[in-house]
Design a binder for this molecule. Sequence first.
Ligand code: BGC
Length: 260
Amino acid sequence: MHITLSGKRALVTGGNSGIGAGIVSALADAGARVAVNYVTHPEAAQELVRRVQAGKGEALAIQADVSDPAAVAGMFQQIDRAWGGIDILVNSAGIDGPRAPAWEADLAAWRKVIEVNLLGAFACAQQALRRMVPQAHGVIVNISSVHEEIAWSGYSAYTASKAGLGMMTKTLAQEAAPHGVRVLSVAPGAIKTPINQAVWSDPASLHDLLEKIPLNRLGEPDDIARMVVVLVSDAASYMTGRTVFVDGGMTDYPDFAHGG
Ligand code: BGC
């Protein structure tokens, strides 16, 4: 089976780092034109654009904070002007917020996580659907987390945002399906990116993390990106409304390999 996204117009939020950057490269390798959204580090976005162009692909960098609906609307207008619309949206922008038990959590920080991870994904999906529904095709993939299912002490905003993304995915998929548009989520496990650098760069916490992963390695952004390419392609044309876990078995309860 050969997958090509030739001619497709894609937007990846948070596309200049971590999992998002891996997705940008994989979509471009498959032939898509890719808009690389970022908030900070424009040089990282520009570097990715340069690399795509060097491979004879098309890419552009767009700054927008997804938690600001006006900025999101402006970003989609830029894509309209450049490419006349959009076929693929990948909501990858996300933050985990400061670690704190609920009784110590700062409400402003809690709200920010929800605004970026959940409201931001919705605002982008809304703009995308306003274009995809009339053209009767398109795919949205939300990057969720194993913490859509697994509780994580100290990160109640993050886990709530990811669980919310899962149900938002199902609902938007139900709304959009009659219009030929698919909506899915991918839930990564522990992928080696800047968001968890403090964990994988410390030998003791890395050891602890690996114990939670049956396949016994951290994931790479490309492990997620390859799945996203499949899901946005016609190879997955019969899939919608679900979260696909790509987690090395993290949600397979490795502690139950013994005892019980
Ligand atoms: C988090 C990472 C964490 C992983 C597994 C992800 O959603 O962003 O920091 O390592 O889940 O717990």
